[in-house]
Design a protein. Structure first.
Length: 135
């Protein structure tokens, strides 16, 4: 009789992963710190190009993406489409200090989980990201 292979009991699930895309370092840092406190592994990107690079080079999928509408290399919804092509199952939360109701409506029509206007409460954003990553 062969001994049974040991199975790890109580193994923890891997941390949820989030990508935070914003050109404002303080906003990226604030969201990232709050998510770290909620058990997330967070990757930050300051441009659309950096976000695309993170998505194409990552071996593990992201559970949620927080995406600013206006970045140095993108100021419309075209980046959203590229990100959705690379991460079709990942929930995306868009944010903007310059978003209009029309832009928010179009983003939602394109499949964005939620559109948030800046400024926002970090705790509310964290709750929203939790909901999106579990949806």
């Amino acid at each position: 009789m062969f001994p049974q292979a040991s199975q790890s009991v109580g193994a923890e699930a891997p941390p949820r992963r989030a990508l935070v895309v914003d050109d404002e370092p303080l906003i990226r840092w604030s969201i990232s710190e709050a998510l770290h406190d909620h058990g997330y592994s967070v990757v930050e990107a300051g441009t659309g190009r950096a976000a695309i690079q993170e998505l194409t080079e990552s071996s593990d999928p992201f559970d949620a993406i927080v995406l600013d509408l206006r970045l140095p290399d993108s100021d419309d919804l075209s980046l959203l489409g590229r990100i959705q092509d690379l991460a079709p199952r990942t929930r995306i939360i868009m944010m903007s200090a310059h978003g209009s109701a029309d832009v928010a409506q179009e983003a939602r029509a394109r499949g964005v989980y939620e559109f948030v206007n800046k400024p926002f409460e970090i705790s509310a954003m964290t709750t929203l990201i939790d909901e999106a990553s579990r949806a």
